[in-house]
Ligand binder design. Structure first.
Ligand code: 5AD
Ligand code: SF4
Length: 443
């Protein structure tokens, strides 16, 4: 087979969550038939797409500084470059982007990616095409090509979008809209297609993935996916404690393909703050839930998201967060300083916390979580873990894969083991990864 050189170069930069990573792949797919091939740098690109994130102020500001740099490249190319801003910043402040950065040709929100080819054609005719995402999400999925060419042995698969929870700090219910679930059959078809192309592990994506409302809920979906030949590992992210129902907990105990690693954000450990965040559960409620999940699947490891410095957070509230972290014991976690987002209820709350206080709390929380992560990784030493090898490592003769707990694992192994799940004896651990040796040389 001869690969035809793509006529036009496409550069996509992705910010933020895994949903954006998935969406970027879909955008590349939808543009490929127009002759766009991916390139690693914006220099010389015909089309630059920034797939943006709006979750915190810093993420948003990064987009504008990146746009400034790309504008210089566009000037150097005498304007022969189309610049598109996609993702949640496009959705939330499309007009402002066009006003602040005249080099931008088009903005496109997450519900409208299937219209990219048409939008780009229109942008070539007239600058400043605007698009509000008034389109139904099912239209988006129906219109995007399903025949993807996954780059490796793992893939993301969006099953749900949007959020109805309205945590008071969060822009997602506004940028991604109401909760919406893809039909089971469409997901199964995509999963079978991925498996046929060599994908061994899927991560089901949704802003509120365990609120999946297709037939049978997320538990039912996981059980059906587990029956697909070749799909050996299933993960899902990100979940809300309120949607962790009995059926899903039971699935963790019964479905072998469901990996024993769960991202279950709690955000804070003080009931007063949880209430002000509109989380809909207490610290005790979360701890009881974790206990139940561990009863169903004793070897499960947890990760989470935490926000420090939410309005009204006093020292005692922050101590309650540390205490909750100590009680749960996380395999890893993401930590954030509260970022005031215009238009969200928390932005108007009294008791905004000083930046230095946020910094100091973040450092203390990070130290605790880092220690837990190190201890969790170190505890794997001496164990034999099934590792799904994904790609060559940095050293010759080495492969990198993932443990069930999503730890990166390095081991000397032949290339033919890429895409296979192989027992590896773990010999050493660092904060970010593990190293080991093949337990036995597989045929
Ligand atoms: N400030 C800081 N962190 C936030 N998150 C969401 N909104 C904000 C905000 N305004 C965090 C939450 C969420 C994760 C994706 O980002 O912890 O779970
Ligand atoms: Fe944002 Fe809360 Fe919805 Fe998560 S559950 S996306 S934090 S509103």
């Amino acid at each position: 087979m001869t690969a035809q050189a793509p006529a036009k170069r496409l550069y996509i930069k992705t910010y933020g969550c895994q949903m954006n990573v998935y969406d970027s792949e879909r955008m590349a797919d939808v543009l490929a038939p127009l002759g766009y091939g991916l390139t690693d740098t914006p220099e010389g690109a015909d089309l630059v797409v920034l797939n943006t994130c709006h979750i915190r102020e810093k993420a948003t500001e990064k987009v504008y500084s990146e746009l400034g740099q790309i504008k210089r490249l566009k000037d150097k190319a005498d304007g022969a470059m189309t610049i598109a801003v996609a993702g949640c910043v496009a959705q939330a402040e499309g007009e402002e982007i066009l006003r602040r950065q005249p080099a931008v040709d088009l903005v496109v929100g997450p519900q409208a990616y299937h219209q990219l080819p048409e939008l780009i054609a229109r942008a070539h005719r007239a600058r400043g095409e605007r698009l509000a995402a008034e389109f139904a999400a099912d239209e988006k999925f129906d219109a995007l090509p399903i025949a993807r060419n996954p780059s490796g042995v793992t893939a993301f698969l969006t099953v749900q979008e949007g959020c109805d929870k309205f945590c008071t700090f969060c822009v997602v219910p506004y940028t991604r809209g109401a909760e919406w679930s893809r039909p089971v059959e469409a997901i199964l078809a995509e999963a079978r297609d991925l498996a046929a192309k060599g994908v061994r592990e899927v991560t089901l994506l949704g802003q509120n993935v365990n609120a999946y409302a297709g037939e049978g809920g997320l538990a039912g979906l996981v059980r059906r996916l587990a029956q697909i030949e070749g799909l050996d590992r299933i993960r899902y992210t990100t979940s809300h404690p309120r949607d962790m129902d009995e059926a899903l907990i039971a699935a963790h105990g019964e479905v072998e393909a469901l990996m024993p690693y769960l991202h279950l954000p709690v955000q804070a450990g003080s009931d007063k703050i949880l209430k002000a965040m509109n989380r809909g559960h207490t610290a005790e409620g979360y701890l009881r839930l974790v206990e139940k999940i561990r009863a169903a699947r004793p070897d499960i490891a947890l990760s989470g998201d935490f926000i420090v410095g939410f309005p009204g957070e006093r020292d005692a509230d922050f101590e309650a967060t540390l205490q909750l972290v100590r009680e749960v014991g996380y395999g890893s976690a993401f930590t954030f300083k509260y970022s005031r987002r215009p238009g969200t209820p928390a932005a108007a709350l009294p008791g905004q916390v000083a930046e230095e206080v946020k910094e100091e709390r973040l450092a203390r929380l990070n130290a605790l979580i880092e220690a837990q992560q190190r201890a969790f990784n170190a505890a794997q030493a001496g164990r034999v873990l099934p590792v799904l090898f994904e790609k060559p490592g940095r050293h010759p003769g080495q492969l990198v894969g993932r443990s069930p707990y999503l730890q990166a694992v390095h081991a000397d192994a032949p290339d033919r083991l890429i895409g296979r799940i192989v027992p590896v004896r773990i010999e050493s651990a660092s904060r970010m990864s593990l190293a080991g040796a093949l337990e036995l040389e597989p045929a």
